[in-house]
Design a protein around this ligand. Structure first.
Ligand SMILES: *Cc1c(COP(=O)(O)O)cnc(C)c1O
Length: 224
């Protein structure tokens, strides 16, 4: 199938999942274009896709200036301190603020740049050694401190749950992230409108559990 056909199929699966989940709010598809060259990504853009995701600064530096300025680029990869300034300069939404230390640093950079970027906080929902992200309990404890970082616009939570063999097995992780978001909203009287969760293998389950951003690469662009 072509990229355009893949996109059409993913969109119809998103709609069906929204219906099953009784969702009235919107779900946005981030087409994860990492490793793919500009001409392949352009096929998705030509088919109407405007939101793209990359996980490496260097790839963004090559592709973003080479494509239409009307596209919206999301940074979904691990973020090192020394890359923050350049990532803020290129990307529109950052999904991977994964520690209080990084958040403080990023806040200073944003203040210095005179911007207030949209960011999501990555939660290490499966408490995996190898993955970055806030611990669930720790996030609740430090959240008031995060809200004091006035140069960051915190719009939600992001997760990459432990690998599973069946999408259904990921459901409880997505539920946990949604419940964490609901808890934070209630306790702190704030709004965290976005949940970034779900990839090619499990985006439908994620939507049923409340995802507002799904990050889909392989099912659109093919195997990397
Ligand atoms: C690569 C990647 C995706 C997309 O994964 P697919 O399985 O190709 O859909 C989603 N989120 C993150 C953080 C990624 O690095």
């Amino acid at each position: 199938m072509s990229v355009a056909e893949n996109l059409a199929e993913i969109k119809s699966r998103i709609s069906a999942a929204c219906e099953r989940g009784g969702r009235s709010d919107s779900v946005e598809l981030i087409a994860v274009s990492k490793t793919w060259p500009v001409d392949h990504i352009q096929l998705a853009v030509d088919a109407g896709q405007q939101i793209l995701g990359e996980n490496k600064l260097q790839e963004g530096q090559e592709k973003i200036p080479a494509m239409s300025p009307n596209l919206e680029w999301h940074y979904i990869g691990g973020l090192q301190k020394n890359k923050v300034r350049k990532v803020f300069g290129l990307f529109h939404v950052i999904h991977s603020i994964d520690s209080l230390k990084l958040a403080r640093y990023a806040n200073n950079v944003a203040a210095d740049m005179g911007i207030r970027p949209k960011v999501l906080l990555q939660v290490n929902i499966g408490k995996e050694e190898a993955k970055g992200g806030f611990d669930v309990n720790q996030l609740v404890e430090v959240f008031t401190e995060l809200l004091d970082l006035k140069s960051l616009s915190i719009i939600g939570l992001m997760c990459i749950p432990p690998a599973v063999s069946e999408p259904e097995q990921a459901r409880h992780w997505f539920t946990k992230v949604r419940e964490l978001r609901d808890q934070l909203e209630q306790e702190l009287n704030i709004k965290l409108p976005h949940l970034s969760m779900g990839m090619s293998g499990d985006f439908e389950v994620a939507i049923e559990e409340g995802a507002t951003y799904v990050r889909v690469g392989t099912s659109i662009f093919g195997n990397r």
